[in-house]
Design a protein around this ligand. Structure first.
Ligand code: CA
Length: 119
């Protein structure tokens, strides 16, 4: 179980890598995760998922939502493959931010994700 909220100022840190949880690669993510990372001071954020491995079920119990000018929900069973290993651009909100929220339910944990970003 984990709940966290973090901000990255994209002017100060215009590129980098983000993982779904702190021990990504060693342990699966936790149940009942609700974490949010917000990029600030951006007009667009380009995101490249190196790895994206969430619970694969039609009902989309675990998911990622990327919210800027629009909101994009990523579900393993539905559209995850279209975000994997390709650069995707997300326009910021009017407040110049893009947030990535990761949510997991209380059962069925998987490896998680790793993405590269450019702000
Ligand atoms: Ca789950």
């Amino acid at each position: 179980m984990g709940s966290s909220s973090q901000q990255v100022d994209a002017r100060r840190k215009p590129s980098g890598y983000v993982v779904s949880h702190s021990d990504y690669g060693q342990l699966d993510y936790r149940p009942q995760t609700n974490s949010r990372l917000t990029f600030t001071n951006v007009e667009t954020v380009d995101i490249y998922f190196v790895d994206l491995n969430l619970e694969d079920y039609a009902k989309c119990y675990d998911y990622v939502i990327i919210t800027g000018a629009a909101s994009t929900k990523i579900c393993q069973h539905q559209n995850a493959s279209s975000f994997l290993q390709t650069w995707r651009s997300f326009n910021a909100s009017s407040g110049f931010s893009v947030s990535i929220q990761f949510y997991s339910d209380n059962t069925g944990e998987y490896k998680g994700f790793l993405f590269q970003y450019k702000g």
